[in-house]
Design a protein around this ligand. Structure first.
Ligand SMILES: [Zn+2]
Length: 285
């Protein structure tokens, strides 16, 4: 698949794995998010993957995706636009007509055989449109604002055998479950199985890049340990959102709207720059 070498997400993550750093992939909910993320990438001379939940497609009828794609094209650093946790087949097909570089085909709410069959079909559909794909072998527990909650389903840790089955579907990026969860970790913090991550990495045999999900409140050392363990795509949501939301709550009643939005962008940029330093992508663009 020669075209993959021209695919933005593929290029960015291939370089990251080779260079031993992680690329921050935050969820964008609005224009302020996109502007702040791109500003951080340019200020830090860092690659970036802007992610959206399927919610963004339905909410904005695709407008937000076009805005992110335009920002990515105009940027002075490599930026990809990715759809996170697409769990609905009709929506994936709709998304494949939007300017996404890559899509997470998440069929983890199906039983394994059905999951693999649907994943293979949808990977092919996306690939025909030159879109690369991510999937989740096992099942990462919990839910996030903006994606379907799978809390009624049991989380399942990824096994080496599953890695083989999923790589065979033709995916490019693999999101393993090794103790990471969507949502909150509680006072104990994340308890990750690094040995499992290592076994998964070995099982991939370098055929796919590894994506890390469920990084809410991750301490810096945990993030760095995961990247050392072979992770190259670092999904972040709450880590970037927290201070932005805090700012809105604190200042919405006193600041003028334009200043509120501009200051909000600065909050996003500040958090992004911090995570780019943590993940080691600073200066890698
Ligand atoms: Zn996720």
């Amino acid at each position: 698949m020669e075209w993959k070498k021209q695919n933005k997400t593929y290029q960015i993550l291939t370089a990251a794995e080779k260079g031993g750093y992680g690329v921050v992939a935050p969820i964008a909910y609005n224009i302020e998010g996109i502007i702040g993320m791109v500003a951080a990438a340019e200020a830090k001379s860092s690659p970036l993957i802007i992610q959206m939940f399927p919610w963004a497609l339905t909410f904005s009828n695709g407008l937000l995706v076009h805005a992110a794609a335009q920002a990515a094209r105009d940027a002075s650093v490599p930026i990809a636009v990715h759809l996170d946790h697409a769990q609905d087949e009709a929506l994936i097909k709709r998304a494949a007509d939007l300017p996404f570089d890559s899509i997470m085909v998440d069929m983890s709410h199906y039983e394994m055989d059905e999951n693999l069959r649907k994943t293979r079909e949808l990977v092919e559909y996306c690939n025909e449109r030159r879109i690369t794909t991510e999937a989740e072998p096992g099942r990462i527990e919990g839910g996030e604002d903006g994606i379907a909650d799978t809390a009624d389903l049991e989380g399942k840790l990824t096994t080496a055998e599953q890695v083989e089955s999923f790589v065979a579907t033709g995916i490019d990026f693999l999101a393993p479950a090794f103790g990471n969860v969507h949502g909150e970790y509680g006072s104990r913090g994340p308890v990750l199985e690094y040995e499992r991550l290592e076994a998964i990495r070995i099982a991939t045999g370098g055929r796919v890049r590894i994506a890390l999900h469920g990084t809410n409140d991750f301490p810096e050392d945990v993030m760095k340990r995961c990247i050392k363990g072979g992770v190259s795509k670092v999904n972040v949501n709450k880590l970037i959102l927290d201070d932005y939301l805090q700012h809105l709550k604190k200042n919405a009643s006193t600041m003028s709207l334009t200043v509120l939005l501009e200051e909000g962008v600065k909050e996003v940029q500040r958090m992004m720059e911090w995570q780019m330093d943590v993940c080691g992508s600073t200066g890698k663009a």
